[in-house]
Design a protein around this ligand. Sequence first.
Ligand SMILES: [Zn+2]
Length: 274
Amino acid sequence: MIRRRRILVIAGAAVVVIALVAGLIAALAPKGDDTASGTPSASSSLSAKPSRSASPSATPSPSESLTPPGFDKTQFSIDDPASIWVVSDKLRPLNPVDYAPADLKAMPIPTTWGAVPYLRQPAADALTAMTQQYTAETGLSIQIQSDYRSYASQVKVYNGWVASKGQAAADLTSARPGFSEHQTGLAVDLVGVPAKCGLNACFADTPQGLWLASNAYKWGFILRYPQGLTPVTGFEFEPWHYRYVGVELATEMHDTGVQTLEQFFGLPAAPDYA
Ligand SMILES: [Zn+2]
């Protein structure tokens, strides 16, 4: 009898210990999971509910409290030619028309004409990093077909287009002097190595064209003259022409799906010169 009692006591104690250990494990394990995934959504929904129910009485417009903080479109000038946000189109000549950037920087990027290319320092650094990343990812290369152009060189380029295609056709591809993004030192024409579809719409379908269209915003570049938006930009689809606006603006335009600077800043469409 005594042995049986001892066995029962020992067995009972073992059950209690097992139950305690199991309870301890059960109590600890779910906590690990909650902190990893469950708790943040639970706490956010808890904190969101009171503010939603309180906002209609606290503020006149409940929808305002649900809108994320707006992008500040006035951080940089769109008029100053030295601003990375400057909007240059057929209705917005550079002021002064012979503006020249003060921070041009050489880039270690190949060009179709064999000489050293230049852009303004922030654009040059971003383009260098972007083309290096492209090569690291794909084993392919990007080169420059046009970089910074001065007012004087834009005169030559534009006159060359007019001579070969006539003024109407020239105005769809090349800006008049004083109206060119290339004169800001923030715009660049890109092509693959070896060059294929240079300054041609078929560049959009090359590996480089496809990659740039999807990824350039991460380095602060936008495709400035998108397909189907000639009535807004005044220029035909130029899948090779990228404009540096900084990562913040390029990402905002990418995320909101707004394709042109004119539409983003609420500016008039600029299909032709005034
Ligand atoms: Zn261009």
